[in-house]
Design a protein around this ligand. Sequence first.
Ligand SMILES: [Zn+2]
Length: 450
Amino acid sequence: MACLTIFRKQAQALDDALGKPGAMVVAAEIKGAGNGARWFATAHLDAFWREYAELPLDERVFYEVIPPHAVCRLYIDLEFATAANPEVDGEARVARLLRALMRELSKVFRLPTPLSIAHALVLDSSTPAKFSQHVIVHVPGRAFQDVYSVGKFMTTFVARLRARATRAGRSSCVDVAAKDGSPGCLVDLGVYTKNRNFRLYKSSKAGRRAPLVVARTSRFPITSEARLFRDSLVSASIDGADSMTILRCGNRQSVARPRLSLAPVEAERIEAGGSRVCGEHTPAAALFPAVFRHLEDVISPGGRIRTWFYIARSQRIVCEIAGSWKYCHNVKRHHASNNVMLIADLAHGGYYQKCHDPECAAIGFRSNLIPFPLDVLLTLPQFNSGFVDAVIAPHVARIYDRARPGTDGGAGPNSAHPSTRAAEIESSLALLATELDRLDGAGVSADIQS
Ligand SMILES: [Zn+2]
């Protein structure tokens, strides 16, 4: 393709596109590499489309690279394995999801005109084995600040859908089974990470011949193929971002306040832990799949969980991180060579980081506890729905009453929980309160108590 300027590294391509109007960064799998390795290129998006549209199916294997700090549209990756979900009607689920999403967006961002499903471009590349759709939502005159804002909005939205369904005693439209039969989610919340590669309209995964096409259920208006291509992009085709209203989610709160620290005061040597369950990654994903998925998101791209063990006594999962992700909260940057550990602290609903760097290890550095997002919290045994209904919900209501000027609230400590677990529950509640604050920041607290 003559329009492409090719780069070996993604960062070089992102640099090249910076500040060039109409430039997009694309990635494609290296032919025959078979390990998912990609090459990167920049092009003007109109020139790219003219050549790309003429390529044979086998060569349309491209991804849009979403720059980390670029404004973007809300995008969603939806998928489930058909065999594990024989009774699930994917199209009906997506229709329910989109109706709820349009209401939520309209309400949260106080849009002058409510959105309808015609604002969502739905693309489909389902096969008999796998339901697979992408959604790109166009909010007129508005764009999200970056992929992280979209991620926070979607994580909150999915958690609220689930909480609402739990309260109503039914399953939510996002509940599907993962391949191994464990509880899964229709919405892949792992796609809101740095330099995400999002597959292009009309592209297949390498060697799959299942291109993304307009879903038959899509109500998004289509005028021309070239226009459709622009509309299908997450970020590259957003014109006039300067005059747009920027949608933010959560950032204000998380920047403004220090991280909540719940780290126990006593020094702990992980080597001295009680009973351990060692294992490969696969059984761990079955034990606490959402926790592992979240940690993998945190270290993406570049990092992987090389090995892990579970300390049953203190309910911690110690994960050794390998790869290029070596971020250390002590030095506030990636280490050059020494690896880090992430320790999931299930009892306290978060994770913290320790370090193999000799200087960090010498001072016994461990980061503050970083709370899991609400949807991960809700998968932990102590936060299951019965517990939430019986213990958390009344507490949350009180937290809100107390926080609200003009109400007396302050109904005293909840006597429903066993006193032996009081400290843990208080910690959990503090975390939940943080999460609820974040919801507040996004303007979505209105019906928390309903
Ligand atoms: Zn360190």
